[in-house]
Design a protein around this ligand. Structure first.
Ligand code: NAD
Length: 447
């Protein structure tokens, strides 16, 4: 019984020792080569990883830069045109990205990105000097080009010694070569007293070298010089045009689509037609040479640092009321104007420059005042006893002026913030200080 049991046991043992291959697991066929590769080809994987990373990081900036043909030249991106040999920034480039990104490039961690290099022609003037303050405060490097016809060194003296500020005494009717990213072109005698003083120079300041083509030396210069500079160095160009391009408007309020009603042969024509031609030149450079232009049509602006006796209505009234002289109202005083505080304008100009739209854009405060209403606000602010004196109106004085700023609101997200009753006292304290040397007021020029 026992042996029988043993025998059966042996039999069973024999059967279980027989080799029976396990059924192959299907996933092993996939895993094995992968394991092998991972174990034996680590170096190859490292190389592939490096290649992918390199590809990734070199592609990222090209998606944020305007076009693959853009290269970084000095500190600005320039498109090289293989056909013409010219270098310029395309209009499309900034439709894709804001301009500051173009100049920004890839900045290694831990390093601060450099500001832009910006020329402000007329930067020692009223609007220009406030613009310079904002650009410097933003961290940009600013070159002011000014011939001091109406500008003053005092307006920018607080930047002397700042390594990011340069001042060049230069007349924009002469060519100038500077490596810059942006050009704000403000240089122009802007008040009637000054532009009527030398009307031919006024039109020259804003126009250009058409005499090369037409053999006439009057239709010259500043704008064309600056547009030429913008084209050469691939800078963006902003033109400060004016509401005067609407002349004595037949449409009210004025939209940018209105073509205006300008007398081409009047005493104001050197200014009005000069700016209209400047707009034409800017658009021709934009369409024909790919220069990125921006056009602002500025309405009456006031604030600290305005020329005191320049014949513009706000500065006239304020200076006269401070000096206890009667305020001069031309005509019946029922003609209307809108008055914008300078900080609102500067904000609008910078938004326009940085934005992606060419314009033109009306930049002005739509609040409309008759000259008599303005005189009343000045009386309330300075001297309730101030008198008004009526004089015959000047030639071609527009009857109405009021900007329609819907376009700027919609496309630039801009609208003025400072009403006349808040802005005027800031201007008055600056004028008081300059007329009477009253130092107790503190620096009223900041805004
Ligand atoms: N302030 C306004 O109400 C107003 C309204 C519409 C348009 N604008 C425009 O804004 C710009 C600035 O106006 P603003 O009120 O500051 O005038 P502003 O007279 O105070 O400034 C003009 C500046 O340009 C300089 N300039 C004039 N001719 C020059 C030349 N040939 N070369 C170099 N520099 C020259 C002057 O010295 C001055 O510093 C002007 O183009 C003007 O037409 C101003």
């Amino acid at each position: 019984m026992g042996s029988e049991l043993i025998f059966r046991g042996h039999e069973a043992q024999h059967q279980s020792d027989e080799y029976q291959p396990k059924p192959p697991k299907p996933w092993l066929a996939v895993i094995r080569p992968v394991r092998y590769l991972l174990r034996e080809q680590r170096f190859v994987f490292l190389l592939i990883g490096i290649a992918i990373a390199t590809l990734f990081f070199s592609l990222i900036p090209s998606t944020s830069s305007p076009s693959p043909a853009l290269t970084f030249s000095g500190e600005s991106y320039v498109r090289h045109d293989s056909i013409s040999g010219e270098s310029f920034l395309t209009a499309e480039s900034t439709r894709l990205v804001p301009h500051r990104v173009i100049g920004a490039g890839k900045v290694p961690l831990g390093l601060k990105r450099k500001g832009l290099r910006i020329v402000v022609t007329g930067g020692a003037g009223f609007v220009g000097s406030h613009l310079v303050d904002r650009l410097i405060a933003r961290g940009d490097s600013v070159i002011v080009v000014d011939n001091f016809f109406t500008g003053r060194k005092e307006n920018v003296v607080h930047h002397f010694g700042n390594p990011r500020f340069e001042l060049i005494r230069h007349d924009v009717v002469e060519p100038l070569l500077l490596e810059v990213d942006q050009i704000y072109h403000l240089a122009c005698p802007a008040s009637p007293v000054h532009y009527k003083h030398n009307p031919v120079k006024t039109i020259i300041s804003f126009l250009l070298f058409i005499y090369f083509f037409f053999d006439i030396s009057t239709n010259v210069v500043g704008t064309l010089n600056m547009l030429g500079l913008a084209k050469r160095v691939g800078a963006r160009f902003l033109l400060t045009s004016t509401s005067e391009v609407y002349g004595d408007p037949l449409e009210h309020p004025q939209k940018e689509t209105y073509w205006g009603n300008v007398n081409p042969i009047g005493v104001r024509s050197c200014y009005d037609e000069g700016k209209r031609t400047a707009e034409t030149l800017a658009m021709d450079y934009h369409r024909g040479a790919g220069v990125e232009v921006r056009i602002a049509r500025i309405f009456n602006t006031y604030g600290p640092r305005m020329c005191i006796d320049d014949g513009r209505v706000v500065s006239n009234f304020v200076a006269q009321a401070l000096r206890k002289e009667p305020m001069t109202v031309y005509g019946d005083g029922k003609q209307t104007r809108s008055f914008q505080y300078v900080s609102d304008l500067v904000e609008g100009l910078m938004r326009l420059m940085e934005g992606e739209h060419v314009g033109p854009f009306n930049l002005g405060n739509p609040g409309e005042f008759t000259m008599l209403e303005l005189a009343k606000v000045v009386q309330e602010t300075i001297d309730p006893e101030a008198k008004i004196e009526f004089r015959p109106n000047t030639e071609d004085d527009p009857h109405k002026r009021k900007p329609d700023i819907s376009r700027a609101k919609e496309l630039l997200g801009w609208e003025p913030k400072i009403p006349l009753h808040k802005g005027l006292p800031m201007m008055v304290s600056d004028f008081r200080q300059r007329i009477f040397g009253d130092q107790k007021e503190g620096d009223s020029t900041a805004f």
